[in-house]
Design a protein around this ligand. Structure first.
Ligand code: BTN
Length: 235
């Protein structure tokens, strides 16, 4: 495999996208990690700000028919990785947010390019960004003991995660049920907003394409929501 680690780069995601055609010559197992990103890209083209205690990397995966299940599968795989290796319970928020103690500590993005998916993962392991975020009080971090992390953890942990991902089977039929069992807010009243719509109702399941199933309380209709940002409905 090809693992390139930078001291600093704008965005591992952008780099892998831009350099894809030259990087894949002869080798499609690619991992790009970095100590620091200056222009990290988040979901919906938001900024992703990292810190001294975070990891940021992008890797290449073959594309699959059920692309929309990939972020859910990756989230489950990351949860398993941190449980096994650090005895740390990450919480999963549909569709691709990683939470710890009710705060967002990381996320996953996926971009399809030709026959590949460029996967981007950012996780705050031991401290949240110092830079002022609009929603800084909603940003958190895992509480991994720095003493058990290797010195070069920003290079080493992405490599370990990459191996964990590539050794985890993608079984499309099982992902919705697994995610349903593990994700936050299941059975609760939620609001899901995207650029144009807000859907409210009871979060009752995950569909075969990874969509959130949200039951309208007045009509009992179950709506399928494919995209958006979920939060708990407070009133
Ligand atoms: C999110 O918004 O929740 C997703 C965050 C994922 C950011 C990662 S960090 C490594 C990779 N490079 C980027 O520029 N973005 C992704």
């Amino acid at each position: 495999m090809k693992h390139i680690h930078f001291k600093e780069i704008e965005s591992t995601q952008q780099y892998l996208k831009q350099e894809l055609s030259s990087l894949i010559k002869g080798n499609t197992q690619i991992l790009i990690s970095t100590d620091r990103q200056t222009h990290g890209i988040g979901r919906k083209d938001n900024h992703w700000v990292d810190s001294d205690g975070s990891i940021a990397f992008s890797c290449l995966m073959p594309s699959t028919e059920k692309l929309s299940l990939v972020p859910l599968w990756l989230s489950l795989t990351l949860k398993d990785f941190f449980k096994r290796n650090f005895d740390t319970e990450i919480q999963l928020k549909w569709p691709n947010d990683l939470y710890f103690k009710e705060k967002k500590c990381g996320g996953v993005i996926c971009h399809k390019v030709d026959d590949f998916i460029i996967v981007g993962i950012g996780i705050n392991l031991i401290g949240k960004p110092q830079k002022i975020y609009d929603n800084l009080n909603q940003v958190g971090h895992l509480e991994i003991d720095i003493n058990i992390l290797p010195k070069n953890f920003k290079e080493e942990i992405p490599l370990q995660i990459y191996h964990h991902i590539t050794n985890s089977p993608f079984i499309a039929e099982e992902i919705p049920e697994h995610f349903k069992d593990q994700c936050l807010f299941m059975g609760k009243m939620v609001k899901i907003s995207d650029e144009t719509d807000v859907t409210q109702g009871k979060f009752v399941g995950i569909g075969e394409w990874g969509e959130a199933l949200v039951k309208d309380e007045s009509s009992d209709n179950v709506n399928k929501i494919y995209n958006g940002s979920m939060r708990i409905k407070n009133n």
